[in-house]
Write a protein that binds this ligand. Structure first.
Ligand code: ZN
Length: 144
């Protein structure tokens, strides 16, 4: 399976069966992102552990194109159990992966987030892929 096929498979799977979808009743912070150019909406809810650092639970909900929903779904799977600093580091790398002139060095555990690397070839879709991550960053900042 080449990267294009893998991309299709993973994106469609997450878009059809989003993971960690819904509200988090005891969220530490909630943030919403809207991408008017595509019509995507993503709301991210984060529950921090008692230490205020570890992401104990994370959920998202939203509507929009397959890339926006699949990217948010993949993000929640990756970030559950991560610390705030680890999550923000992933956000930074993810953003660089799609927008920087040269590809970043992927941190350990970045895994299938890398499948979305191909989106960098389609600048109009970058906002779709980063929507959930932007909301996450807002939520973590609000929870500070
Ligand atoms: Zn979109």
């Amino acid at each position: 399976m080449n990267l294009d096929e893998l991309y299709q498979t993973v994106v469609l799977d997450h878009a059809r069966r989003p993971r960690n979808f819904g509200d988090l009743p005891q969220a530490s912070a909630v943030a919403e992102g809207v991408n008017p150019s595509c019509g995507d909406e993503v709301t991210v809810s984060v529950k921090l552990a008692a230490d205020g650092d570890k992401i104990e639970d994370i959920k998202f909900k939203g509507a929009g194109c397959a890339i926006s929903q699949a990217s948010a779904s993949l993000m929640t799977v990756k970030l559950k159990g991560k610390t705030r600093a680890e999550a923000l580091a992933f956000e930074h790398v993810f953003h660089d992966m799609l927008t920087a002139a040269t590809l970043p060095v992927y941190p350990q555990g970045f895994g299938d987030l890398q499948i979305l690397e191909g989106v960098r070839k389609f600048p109009q879709r970058v906002k779709c892929a980063t929507l959930g991550w932007n909301a996450l960053k807002q939520a973590l900042t609000a929870a500070a």
